[in-house]
Design a protein around this ligand. Structure first.
Ligand code: PDD
Length: 279
């Protein structure tokens, strides 16, 4: 299929990324994953806005406009004929002789923007049955609000989950649950949806923001406050959200069933509301 490199749509095989691209060597860049439902990019505006926010937080000049990125991305999805799938996009600080400090402004180094598409069906059976999770220590840095290319702690946590045949690793700092390795995490207790505040310790997911809206519109309390591993164990319901996983019930944590081991009522209600939003 086709891809985007800078302001051009090209064949994937025509791309050359420099060995000294700072994304490759330092993880010096930011990214987004956007869902495609029936050929339409879901919440593309919010994702591109967050890409620019992440870039700004690492003092990276994207050197393209959001309108340009949006236009190119829509064209790419059309050209590749993506029906249900996703777009991965990233921007790095570009290629320069390897040195930790930023390339000098007068050097010819320019940000490198790339994007490509994937065909991915919605995870229908997992959404219905729910998934299992483990918990593990959150060993990431203190700027998890930035959607940075540096994902080694996330990769290690997800692999730990995979090694236990689990779908996700739910992270905690000193017993306080932050989020999943690639998702936001929630408990439901006494009819309230509870999730970690959107500060520097989590990524404020676009799906999380849609969920907050859905809760508000439907009179479901959406409470942003810290909760602990013990609350996860004692929750009425547990679920995670992400662009790829949508609203995903968690029915077992560390091998222990959550409540009766079935996706909870509020989780299912939120799934229905989310489904209505994407259609
Ligand atoms: N991950 N928290 C982390 C650490 C994430 O990596 C993600 C998304 C989320 C959920 O954000 P959103 O709802 O905007 O997708 C929360 C993407 C999908 C990924 O890395 O593949």
């Amino acid at each position: 299929g086709k891809i985007i490199l800078g302001d051009q749509i090209l064949e994937r095989s025509d791309v050359n990324i420099d060995l000294e691209d700072r994304g490759y060597q330092f993880g010096d860049g930011v990214y987004e994953v956007i869902r495609v439902y029936g050929g339409e990019l879901f919440t593309i505006k919010e994702h591109i806005e967050r890409l620019f926010q992440s870039a700004k937080k690492i003092k990276l000049d994207v050197s393209m406009s959001s309108e340009q990125i949006r236009g190119l991305t829509e064209e790419l999805v059309k050209e590749n004929g993506v029906d249900f799938g996703s777009v991965y996009m990233q921007v790095t600080r570009g290629a320069a002789p390897r040195a930790h400090m930023f390339p000098k402004p007068e050097s010819s180094t320019k940000a490198v923007f790339t994007a490509y598409t994937n065909e991915v069906p919605r995870p229908a059976s997992l959404l219905e049955k729910g998934v299992e999770a483990i918990t593990t220590e959150d060993i990431r840095w203190l700027r998890c609000d930035i959607k940075s290319l540096n994902l080694l702690p996330n990769v290690l946590a997800k692999q730990e989950a995979a090694d236990s045949d689990c779908f996700e690793a739910i992270l905690h700092r000193n017993g306080i649950v932050t989020e999943g390795s690639s998702s936001n995490a929630y408990i439901v207790k006494n009819g309230e949806v509870i999730t970690h505040p959107a500060n520097n310790l989590i990524l404020n997911g676009i799906t999380r923001q849609v969920l907050a809206e859905l809760c508000k519109e439907n009179g479901i309390p959406f409470i942003e406050k810290e909760f602990e591993l013990i609350d996860l164990q004692n929750a009425d319901e547990v679920f995670i959200t992400s662009t790829v996983s949508e609203v995903m019930p968690v029915i077992k944590v560390n091998g222990e069933t959550v409540a009766n081991g079935k996706p909870g009522n509020i989780t299912c209600k939120l799934q229905g509301l989310f489904e209505a939003r994407i259609n």
